[in-house]
Design a binder for this molecule. Structure first.
Ligand SMILES: NC(=O)c1ccc[n+]([C@@H]2O[C@H](COP(=O)([O-])OP(=O)(O)OC[C@H]3O[C@@H](n4cnc5c(N)ncnc54)[C@H](OP(=O)(O)O)[C@@H]3O)[C@@H](O)[C@H]2O)c1
Length: 320
């Protein structure tokens, strides 16, 4: 099968479209013919071997064999199932999250039937479905499960125009919050159209010095710090971040100390969130923002674009 492989850490040019052996499903696995995947900011970091501590998992000097094909979001069709598989059958259209299993940047991908996999909402194309996984489930995990956002709370989303951010704006509204989105000038209208009650252009105003207070500050892109945001939180406010080892230390310290707390974590098991989100997608209650589409053969260009740090929503890769 065709797959995008990287054998050393580095810039987008280390990615190569190669012919490799197709994976073989075990008794409890499904084999998916991949129709679409995405390029995420997290994968660009993996490709570069950054942050350095991540190499403990991915490989110290070069990527380990099992991480050489990237792709964490998948949408496609089940083409064969193992003898013990009950949840899925041949012909099912599915979407899911491969996580540290990566490997979706290829024509075929094997996943355990108990993995983060669900039937694709009928309202979505494969391209949309691939872009409906990581950003949406991560936003849901942090807002609903970690920050426990309640109706009527004031929630600020920093990085509101990215993959996690575009879903975070919509899901915070869905949970009943008043939503303030922070993004650059190019994306103000987009973030407003997703339902934000107010949008702050970070080139014109610094939300940390305005004197306003929020119940939750969700930094989806790791461009702020708790130290800077603390005074913008209510007494019981929560600073939520998707990134940063240091935030794990602060989470422990602030939990003991009282006052505003730091909340962090990693969203890994996405099976329940996918089911929750599939209902919202079926009901057309969530908008999927697709910035650009690239065929598999143009993966280097796709990575170059994502690496700018300024993509809008999601970048989709189609697998013909
Ligand atoms: N903990 C977890 O479970 C988990 C899961 C998934 C991802 N992550 C991490 O989450 C991070 C974000 O992922 P993502 O895919 O959502 O990122 P992304 O889509 O690549 O974010 C791009 C967006 O960031 C905005 N941005 C850039 N600089 C900004 C600034 N100074 N202030 C506010 N917004 C700014 C850009 O808007 P403008 O162009 O307008 O500047 C752009 O729309 C990554 O580091 C990833 O590794 C963590």
């Amino acid at each position: 099968m065709k797959a995008v492989v990287f054998r050393r850490f580095g810039p987008p040019e280390v990615l190569r479209l190669e012919e490799i052996a197709a994976p073989v499903p075990g008794d409890s696995d499904v084999l998916i013919r991949v129709r679409a995947t995405t390029v995420t900011a997290a994968e660009c970091q993996m490709r570069r071997g950054r942050p350095l501590w991540g190499r403990v998992i991915i490989g110290v000097r070069r990527p380990r064999r099992r991480y050489r094909v990237l792709g964490i979001e998948v949408a496609g069709e089940v083409v064969s199932v193992g003898a013990k598989v009950r949840r899925f059958g041949v012909g099912d259209e599915v979407f899911g999250f491969t996580g540290f299993g990566v490997g979706a940047c290829a024509e075929y991908k094997v996943m355990p039937e108990t993995g983060s996999l669900a039937r694709k909402p009928t309202t979505l194309s494969y391209e949309q479905a691939a872009a409906a996984v990581d950003g949406a489930t991560t936003a849901l995990f942090f807002l609903r499960d970690k920050a426990r956002v309640q109706s009527g709370q004031r929630v600020l989303i920093n990085g509101a125009s990215g993959s996690i951010g575009t879903y975070a704006v919509q899901l915070a509204k869905h949970l009943g919050a008043e939503v303030i989105g922070v993004c650059g000038p190019r994306n103000v209208e987009l973030v407003r159209s997703l339902g934000a009650d107010r949008v702050i252009d970070y080139t014109e105003a610094d939300f940390t010095t305005s004197g306003e207070r929020y119940d939750v500050i969700f930094d989806t892109v790791g461009k702020s710090s708790f130290a800077r945001c603390r005074r913008s939180l209510t007494r019981t406010g929560r600073y939520v971040s998707t990134v940063g080892l240091w935030n794990n230390v602060l989470a422990l310290w602030t939990a003991v100390r009282g006052g505003p707390t730091v909340v962090t974590g990693m969203s890994v098991d996405k099976r329940d969130s996918l089911a929750y989100l599939a209902d919202l997608f079926e009901a057309n209650k969530l908008t999927i923002v697709v910035d650009r589409r690239y065929p598999l053969a143009e993966i280097v260009e796709a990575h170059r674009h994502v690496e700018t740090g300024h993509k809008r929503g999601n970048v989709v890769v189609t697998v013909p």
